[in-house]
Design a binder for this molecule. Structure first.
Ligand code: SF4
Ligand code: SF4
Length: 432
């Protein structure tokens, strides 16, 4: 009762308009696997009509948190807030976690993600794993597959990690090229910065070309999205406060994210801290300034030119797999499509159901591999139908999931998954 907004629970008028938008309902056809069903379960638990036991917990965990149900809802039910509240309540009261699950959760949520230094150590370790030959040996012996087939598949798409993040590579201030239009703060992301450092570099370079001074506050940390989605709300709040201070001290006009999953919680820091009066003004200041890289390029930046190399086969075919959080929370899908349509010598192909989740959803593809795979299979039918050479994404999780799908479908070499920032920067026609 303390964690869930009762008004939101009763706002749901059970119309069912959200059902066709929900990936878990589309896969199963089961009411309890739908937004309406989950809201009914939450309300029944709050009303004391049912015990929120393990089966309740399972239903809450089956939800991808993609929030596709929100834009479909005529009553504007804030489902994202409800599911986070439900998971928070489960985490406070659960007795189900085994000792080792508790240990892993503590290690990941409290020790690893909040510390960028530890994330960089992880990046160094993964880099060593790839470069030292251990990876080749692991693959040859198939040892990972002995533990889990799914882990072995995920290992195949491990990106090139780095122990040196963007600050170590570019510094904390990168001046605008040409006439300055404003100052932006770059949100580097904890995993993003060690697994996709090159994408962060492309993002900064696009921003400077578009006329922005870029500041990268060193004291920023993880956005807290995984914490908030996993019932670790107190830790998410601590991370939010620290990020707010870091960007306020940097004195920026906008805060730029290049990961839909991070951007969606950054833009809702005001809600995350809504019950802390002393943070109201600062969290609103922060949330209002958050923009995705594609949005700032379209809305505020100097127009840039992009061109692909003209190939004898004609324009390169490009499609876009939307990030659920960029689409449903940040409302930022259109700028990416506009940018893709501006690239010369390419042909933009709209994917059927591009806005439907790919099954990545943070750590969902690791915690719920069966459902994630089922969703990915349906997604790949639509991806393959585009016959595109590039599948552009705007979130690291979607990027890895698309790489996984491409690999599983034997499309490697014909099709490539790529982040929008890398796709654009590689095709940028530099100003003289
Ligand atoms: S967040 Fe996504 S998976 Fe969860 S209920 Fe809403 S549409 Fe379904
Ligand atoms: S669309 Fe909104 S009001 Fe209708 S059932 Fe779904 S959550 Fe409830």
């Amino acid at each position: 009762m303390q964690k869930l907004d009762y008004d939101q629970l009763t706002n749901c008028m059970r119309c069912g308009f959200c059902l066709p938008a929900c990936p878990t309902f589309k896969e199963t056809g089961i009411e309890a696997e739908s937004p309406r069903g989950r809201i009914s379960l939450m309300k029944a638990a709050v009303d004391g009509l049912m015990e929120p036991g393990i089966r309740f917990e399972d239903q809450m965990n089956h939800c991808l948190g993609c929030r596709a149900c929100e834009p479909a809802c005529p009553a504007d039910v804030k489902y994202g807030q409800l599911i986070e509240g439900a998971r928070d309540a489960i985490e406070v009261h659960t007795t189900q976690h085994r000792w080792w699950v508790k240990g892993v959760r503590k290690l990941v949520f409290k020790e690893l993600f909040p510390s960028q230094q530890r994330m960089q150590l992880l990046g160094t370790g993964l880099h060593f794993y790839k470069m030292s030959g251990i990876q080749k040996l692991v693959r040859k012996t198939g040892v990972v597959g002995l533990f889990s087939k799914h882990m072995a598949t995920m290992e195949k798409i491990l990106p090139d990690a780095s122990g040196k993040g963007i600050v170590e590579r570019l510094g904390t201030f990168i001046p605008a090229k040409g006439k300055k239009l404003g100052t932006v703060g770059m949100f580097r992301g904890c995993l993003m910065d060690v697994l996709f450092t090159e994408t962060n570099i492309s993002t900064v370079k696009l921003l400077t070309e578009a006329g922005f001074d870029v500041v990268i506050p060193e004291s920023q940390n993880c956005c807290g999205a995984l914490h908030a989605h996993s019932g670790e709300t107190d830790q998410a709040k601590q991370l939010a406060k620290s990020n707010i201070r870091a960007f306020q001290e940097a004195g920026v006009d906008y805060i730029i994210s290049n990961a839909g999953g991070c951007g969606a919680i950054l833009v809702e820091y005001d809600h995350l801290l809504h019950d802390e009066e002393e943070w109201k003004e600062d969290s609103t200041w922060f949330a209002k300034r958050v923009k995705d890289i594609s949005t700032i390029l379209v809305e505020k930046g100097r127009p840039l030119r992009y061109a692909d190399t003209l190939s004898p086969q004609g324009p390169t075919r490009v499609t876009y797999q939307e990030s659920c959080h960029l689409r449903n929370v940040m409302k930022g899908s259109q700028p990416i499509k506009q940018l893709l349509q501006r690239v010369s010598n390419t042909s933009y192909i709209e994917m059927k159901d591009a806005g439907s989740c790919c099954g990545s959803a943070g750590i969902y593809n690791m915690t719920q591999p069966d459902m994630a795979n089922q969703i990915l299979e349906h997604k790949m039918e639509n991806v393959n139908a585009t016959t595109a050479s590039y599948v552009v994404t705007s979130n690291p999780g979607c990027l890895l999931q698309m790489k996984l799908g491409i690999d599983k479908h034997g499309q490697t070499g014909h099709m490539e998954a790529v982040h929008i920032a890398d796709f654009l920067y590689d095709r940028l026609v530099k100003q003289s």
